[in-house]
Design a protein around this ligand. Structure first.
Ligand code: AMP
Length: 338
């Protein structure tokens, strides 16, 4: 979707992806089939591109560093990527810029976990520090007795213990920052997760002025704190009364921003391309109400019925295999703004 947006603006895109004939490769000018940390492939990519970006946060930060070290313009920069890849670094950064999170403790050993449970109490959520997404590598601990089992369940890996956020709902904000420091912010989305995976986003969400203002303030603090260039997704827990906690940040276009494709003149994909290419940022106001629904695994088989719905816009990713739980497509159901 990023590549399609870039191509509409007249850019040529080259994709680095280990999978031959990948969905992005098929709609781009070229594809380099190699691992994300292949030094030769990275050198070639850096040489052929005026600007390099990523849309998957588990790309090794070292690859972004190699590219930047070799003189390539990488946006967002390697620091944004490495910060978002480690939940402890991420939450430490967020709190430092005034974007409050749940209380947390870094956990390396079972002894650390036992002590952390005493500090934070139960229930608490144990998550791997790295490589977690869509609720993977996470386990709730209801009583201190479950500590050893929970630690084993996440493979005894370096982890973070988080206090439970007592939220009324989950929101997110998609924002962008240009090379010149200009910031653009989309209306908030309200998100529903099922089994730790995003199911739907409703946007623009019904939010009061205080909540909107606070979310914007948080997004701006994060963008500036990371000297960020590009689009970012910020997941929020709404505690009510304008009080928000940041759950996590995604240094890329974000699933909770897919609604912008059919709700805004300039969607998050075009916005990201504009930001990294040094163009002026595009408009972010909504012209329609959108309900975005993810199609996971076999859900994608519903496409004929969805394609027949008059107000539904279907976005199929062209992935070859519909593994259970895999994000295969999404549908935006569009209606008039309330
Ligand atoms: P994450 O992978 O960190 O985005 O977590 C996936 C989902 O788990 C979130 O969208 C929330 O629904 C839930 N969750 C994560 N962290 C917490 C927390 N500290 N307290 C309550 N719910 C949480």
């Amino acid at each position: 979707m990023l590549s399609q947006a870039a191509s509409r603006l007249g850019f040529d895109v080259v994709i680095l992806d280990p999978e031959e004939n990948s969905p992005a490769g098929r709609v781009s000018r070229g594809q380099i089939v190699a691992a994300y940390d292949d030094p030769t492939a990275l050198t070639v990519l850096g040489r052929v591109c005026d600007v390099v970006t990523f849309e998957f946060e588990n790309v090794p930060a070292a690859s972004a560093e190699q590219l930047a070290g070799g003189g390539a313009l990488v946006a967002p920069g390697p620091t944004a990527l490495s910060t978002a890849q480690d939940r402890v670094l991420e939450k430490t950064f967020l709190n430092a810029v005034g974007a409050t999170t749940v209380d947390f403790v870094a956990v390396d050993t079972l002894e650390d976990l036992t002590a952390a449970l005493e500090t934070l109490g139960t229930p608490a959520l144990l998550k791997t520090r790295r490589d977690g997404y869509d609720g993977k590598g996470q386990v709730w601990i209801k009583t201190a007795k479950q500590a050893a089992k929970a630690f084993a369940e996440i493979g005894g890996r370096p982890a973070i213990l988080e206090a439970r956020a007592d939220f009324t709902r989950e929101l997110s904000i998609i924002a962008a920052r240009g090379h010149d420091g200009a910031v653009a912010v989309y209306p908030l989305g309200q998100n529903h997760h099922a089994n730790g995976v995003l199911a739907t986003t409703l946007a623009p969400a019904q939010v009061d002025a205080a909540t909107t203002a606070r979310a914007r303030e948080i997004a701006e603090a994060i963008l500036e704190g990371l000297d960020y260039v590009g689009v970012i997704g910020v997941e929020l827990f709404d505690l009510g009364g304008g009080d928000l906690l940041v759950n996590e940040i995604a240094p890329r276009v974000h699933n909770t921003g897919h609604w912008t494709q059919d709700g805004c003149l300039c969607d998050q994909f075009e916005q990201h391309i504009r930001a990294i290419a040094g163009w002026p940022l595009g408009p972010t106001e909504a012209h329609a109400q959108v309900e975005m629904t993810n199609l996971l695994g076999d859900d994608v088989d519903q496409w004929p019925a969805l394609a027949a719905e008059p107000n539904a816009r279907l976005h199929l990713y062209g992935k070859a295999e519909a593994r259970p739980g895999r994000k295969m497509a999404h549908v935006n159901r569009v209606s008039r703004l309330a």
